[in-house]
Design a protein around this ligand. Structure first.
Ligand SMILES: Nc1ncnc2c1ncn2[C@@H]1O[C@H](COP(=O)(O)OP(=O)(O)OP(=O)(O)O)[C@@H](O)[C@H]1O
Ligand SMILES: [Mg+2]
Length: 422
């Protein structure tokens, strides 16, 4: 996977979504340029609500998606960063404090590692395993809000974190699916964290913003404050629910319902007042059917309002209502529903915009659709982590891009082994 060019590295990200698998390959340079060179997308039929329920089908789809991206980029994927979601994921706030080892020399990478180790030592909910540690801030002596304490002078180092945990069974299924597709998992990232990385600006993250990824099977929320994720939540409702509602309401099959939804579905005024009538070629009873466009809007509207109400309740419950001046950034395929931004702005009384992957080069037109937010974000998160590692500033047991391929494979296997024995 190493390009042989010292300041550039190829990184692959695989988003295992409920409706599609997406593989993104990028050439990432040390100055933070994410140059997309391959994009693969293949329908995913082995997941329900963000969870793998059919391993073989999922493996086959991952292989197909990888092949498409590999053919496009001319690069063969051996390792990848992978996203994980589902309502088994929990985020648990955890703080820790350690004494700095050599205060006269300043806070070292080892002090940082130790304080994070202590923060990790919580009683894990039964059947759950740690996926990631999101650092909110460090406190040096009594000075809070520090992003990176490396090299600072101080006697006492504290950290506030958000521990992301997930059900062992579902995490293992992700590893199995990726490895069976002949790829090794470099790092596992929380999907809303990846989506946020792809579509949010630094200003939004600093001032406070809620990222909402409405996918096919789940709606994921990540609230950012002071540049970091302060809260996450995932619930098992997504775009697929619109399809089942349309299917039930009109007695047509789910695939056709999705097609109609994407073609003419909308919750904007134009759709709800439309006098247009469309003809569907075949129904489940084998007849042609005439459907007023406004009926689709009437079916979809309560569902999108339900999702938005859930989001609102979740933001309030977590104590962030009134604390996210940059409002809501909606991404994922669900953000493409006509009128969703206006309905959200009305229900939430805050600024709302669609989030598309940004700050990338190369095949950027190919990943403009919000369905690619997670895939692009995986690349960006991985790139950021590697930068920390090359700067000797890692909070992750990650990868050294200067290692040989063989060393990296051994390293990666060791990390997977360590991870399993955590
Ligand atoms: N133009 C559109 N109008 C309405 N819905 C759309 C449109 N385009 C895509 N969608 C819906 O977006 C959903 C897919 O979004 P996305 O690709 O982000 O999901 P996913 O990543 O596969 O799923 P998840 O993240 O929930 O596991 C589907 O329900 C699809 O029908
Ligand atoms: Mg998704």
């Amino acid at each position: 996977m190493n390009t042989g060019i010292s300041n550039k590295e190829i990184i692959a990200g695989i988003d295992i979504g409920t409706t599609k698998i997406c593989t993104i390959i990028a050439d990432v340079s040390s100055n933070g340029d994410y140059h997309i060179i391959g994009v693969g997308k293949y329908p995913s039929e082995g997941l329900r609500k963000g969870l793998i329920v059919d391993l073989e089908t999922t493996i086959a789809s991952i292989r197909e998606s990888n092949h498409i991206a590999e053919r496009m980029s001319g690069v063969s994927i051996k390792n990848a960063c992978v996203g994980i979601t589902g309502n088994h994921i929990k985020s648990i706030p955890s703080s820790a404090v350690v004494a700095v080892n050599n205060p006269e020399r300043g806070i070292s990478a080892d002090d940082k590692r130790r304080v994070l180790e202590v923060a990790k030592r919580i009683e894990m909910p039964s059947g759950q395993r740690l996926i990631d540690i999101l650092v909110r801030d460090y406190i040096v002596n009594s000075e809070a809000g520090i992003r990176d304490p490396l090299g600072m002078s101080g006697m006492r180092l504290e950290v506030n974190t958000l521990l992301i945990t997930g059900a062992i069974m579902h995490i293992e299924n992700v590893y199995r699916a990726i490895e069976a597709a002949d790829v090794m998992v470099d790092e596992l990232f929380l999907e809303p964290a990846a989506s946020g990385e792809a579509v949010l600006t630094s200003d939004e993250k600093e001032s406070g913003v809620a990222l909402v990824d409405i996918g096919g099977g789940t709606t994921d929320i990540a609230i950012y404050q002071d540049g970091c994720i302060a809260f996450t939540s995932i619930f098992p409702i997504g775009g697929d629910h619109f399809d089942s509602d349309i299917s039930f309401g009109l007695n047509i099959n789910v695939k056709e319902s999705e097609r109609i939804k994407c073609l003419i579905g909308g919750v904007d005024k134009e759709s709800s007042n439309s006098q247009e009538i469309i003809t569907i070629a075949k129904t489940v009873i084998g007849e042609e059917q005439k459907i007023p466009v406004k009926i689709i809007s009437e079916i979809i509207s309560p569902r999108i309002e339900e999702i938005l109400e859930l989001i609102k309740r979740e933001i309030s419950k977590a104590g962030f209502w009134g604390k996210i001046p940059s409002g809501l950034v909606i991404t994922g395929g669900g953000s493409q529903l006509r009128g969703v931004i206006d309905v959200a702005a009305r229900l939430m009384s805050m600024p709302v915009r669609i989030g598309r992957p940004h700050n990338i080069s190369g095949l950027k037109e190919d990943v403009q659709n919000p369905i690619y937010a997670t895939g692009v974000g995986l690349i960006k998160l991985a790139g950021k982590n590697r930068k920390k590692i090359t700067n000797g500033n890692s909070t992750y047991p990650g990868i050294n891009p200067n290692q040989s391929i063989m060393d990296r494979i051994i390293e990666s296997m060791k990390r997977i082994f360590d991870w399993y024995s955590k």
